[in-house]
Design a protein around this ligand. Structure first.
Ligand code: GLC
Ligand code: CA
Length: 550
């Protein structure tokens, strides 16, 4: 069922499925997910009912940071396939009515990228150097980093080019990911060419990696307050390397490129900024279309906190753009696990990693959270495996872990385990081939596999399929900004968006709906449809101007 190709506002209400290629499906059986596997599984995504895919970086890469270290923006990682395979994925997805968002990594390249290789081979005065940040070290022997910035992955944000030479280079992530210098006009022009290259191949948009990091204070000053050494920016009005005002100028140019296509291409920003007010600056008809809301993702499973996040976020956006909700991605502890311990925020999940968890409770809450986010106005991103209720794998032995991020110990591999497709007795549960996957799969994931859940009316997969089908039927143009809170007790979130009503019970007592309520779907299993049990969400149909559900 092809979509309406002329639709310019599809992204405002889209349900987008995040494909982490390496772990989605393995087409050639070598234990590594690839584009053939993705292509073969597109009918699954069609049946699930998603509107678009966000595909994590598929470019040539040494693989220091799961492909976020790009060595050629114009070619595909041979582990994943070829350019022709990528084109086949795009064509086939479009044929099934699914749009495709690729991932662009403009804050840094791989240290193996020709730009960096050329820069380090060049004379210090050569303009080739100007694409990155090189500075002499401090101290008598230049053996101290040029400033006190820290890498998000641990340690200083600087690496010395040679053991004896004066120069160091900046990398806010791994040493294999040197930061680009966006004051270089040649660099800006090159990236616009990269955008066009992929737009011309049919992709519908880009997710922008580290969108808040591209520009730096050219003086590269030390971070002054202890607070500013935290990762996401601090109290300083103008942070020397995060969320600087002039970053938006880059996106203004990008928008011109996107708008030169018909229908226009779209952007979604990964921007970790201090407030929705700051986020809103990125969002306008002459800059970016959308940006992830990470507030809900970090939020504990508590009624007051969730309500505050939703209210504040929508107010902060002020209608400048529809909200973009997300509960999990390839960088954070999966929400089934976050919601399965006493403290349910992301920060607490990090503190309590590996401690006993009530996954049954986590799964019940994750189902309720799915219906909550899918009822909110705007667009929603689903991370692969959310629909299967996968939990974080916290007991991976150190020897198999691959994530370079040591500051967020023990790293992000536990949310990147290959998807279980079938209870077929293979070590990867049908991910591909007969051998082990690039990360080991838990033996008990056979029970969570796609084939196991497909025929089960009470499964998480069935819940997602039903919810997405209902959502696409009920959503009407204009709903992307529409949210009305309904009277409810403090432990209950109840709202209407368009004709879709949503009641989320986060309290300990069941909530009774009135007998006239038109119940559409519930995240609970069995029981009286007019009773919303604790940690359960129920969708109801509310024709405009009718009374509430209580
Ligand atoms: C983003 C990606 C993350 C990556 C980092 C550096 O946060 O989501 O996976 O490690 O950028 O590119
Ligand atoms: Ca493979």
């Amino acid at each position: 069922m092809p979509y309406d190709v002329a639709d310019r506002s599809w992204w405002q209400t889209a349900v987008v499925y995040q494909v982490y290629v390496r772990s989605f499906a393995d087409g050639n059986g070598d234990g590594i997910g690839d584009l053939l596997g993705l292509r073969q599984r597109l009918p699954y995504l069609h049946e699930l009912g998603v509107d678009a895919l966000w595909i994590t970086p598929w470019y040539s890469t040494p693989g220091v940071d799961g492909g976020y270290d790009v060595s050629d923006y114009y070619d595909i990682n041979p582990e994943y396939g070829t350019l022709a395979d990528a084109e086949a994925v795009i064509t086939e997805a479009h044929r099934l009515g699914i749009r495709v968002i690729a991932d662009i990594v403009p804050n840094h390249t791989s240290d193996q990228h020709p730009w960096f290789q050329r820069a380090i081979a060049a004379d210090p005065a050569d303009p080739a150097r100007n694409r990155y940040w090189f500075r002499p070290g401090r101290g008598e022997h230049a053996n101290l980093p040029p400033n006190n910035w820290l890498s998000l992955f641990g340690g200083p944000a600087w690496t010395r080019l040679t053991p004896e030479g004066p120069d160091w280079y900046l990398h806010l992530f791994a040493a294999g990911q040197p930061d680009l210098n966006w004051t270089s006009p040649a660099l800006a022009a090159d990236f616009e060419q990269v955008l066009r290259f992929w737009f011309d191949r049919g992709i519908d948009g880009f997710r922008i990696d580290v969108a808040h990091g591209l520009t730096k204070d050219p003086l590269l000053p030390d971070l002054v307050h202890g607070d500013d050494l935290v990762l996401l920016g601090g109290a300083q009005q103008s942070h020397p390397h995060w969320d600087r005002d002039e970053t938006i100028d880059i996106y203004r140019r990008w928008r011109t490129v996107a708008d030169s296509y018909d229908p226009p291409k779209v952007f979604v920003a990964e921007a970790w900024v201090d407030s929705t007010e700051r986020l809103r600056r990125y969002l306008s008809p002459d800059a970016l279309h959308s940006a992830f809301n990470f507030g809900l993702l970090g939020c504990p499973w508590q009624a007051a906190a969730l309500r505050r996040e939703i209210v504040d976020h929508l107010a902060g956006l002020g209608g400048a753009a529809p909200a973009t909700w997300v509960l999990s991605n390839h960088d954070v502890i999966r929400h089934v696990t976050r919601y399965s311990r006493e403290d349910t925020s992301l920060d607490e999940a990090r503190q309590h990693y590996g401690e006993p968890a009530d996954l049954e409770l986590g799964r019940r809450r994750a189902r309720a959270a799915a219906l909550l986010t899918l009822a909110l106005p705007g667009s929603t991103y689903i991370y692969q495996g959310d629909e299967l209720s996968l939990a974080e794998v916290e007991d991976l032995p150190a020897a198999v872990r691959q994530d370079p991020n040591t500051s967020d110990a023990p790293g992000r591999d536990g949310c990147r385990i290959p998807l279980p497709w079938a209870a077929d007795g293979t070590p990867t549960h049908g991910f591909g081939g007969t051998g082990p996957g690039w990360l080991p799969s838990p033996p008990d994931w056979a029970t969570l596999s796609v084939t196991t859940q497909s025929g089960d009316p009470s499964s998480s997969l069935t819940l997602y399929r039903t919810a997405l089908a209902l959502r696409s039927k009920l959503r009407a143009p204009g709903d992307e900004h529409d949210l009305h809170w309904l009277d409810a007790s403090p432990q209950v979130l109840a709202f209407r968006s368009g004709t879709l009503g949503c009641v989320v019970n986060i309290g300990r007592e069941p909530v009774q709906l009135s007998t006239q309520t038109d119940v559409l779907l519930t995240s609970g299993v069995g029981g009286d449809p007019l009773v919303v049990e604790p940690d359960t969400t129920t969708w109801i149909h509310i024709p405009a101007a009718s009374a509430g559900p209580f």
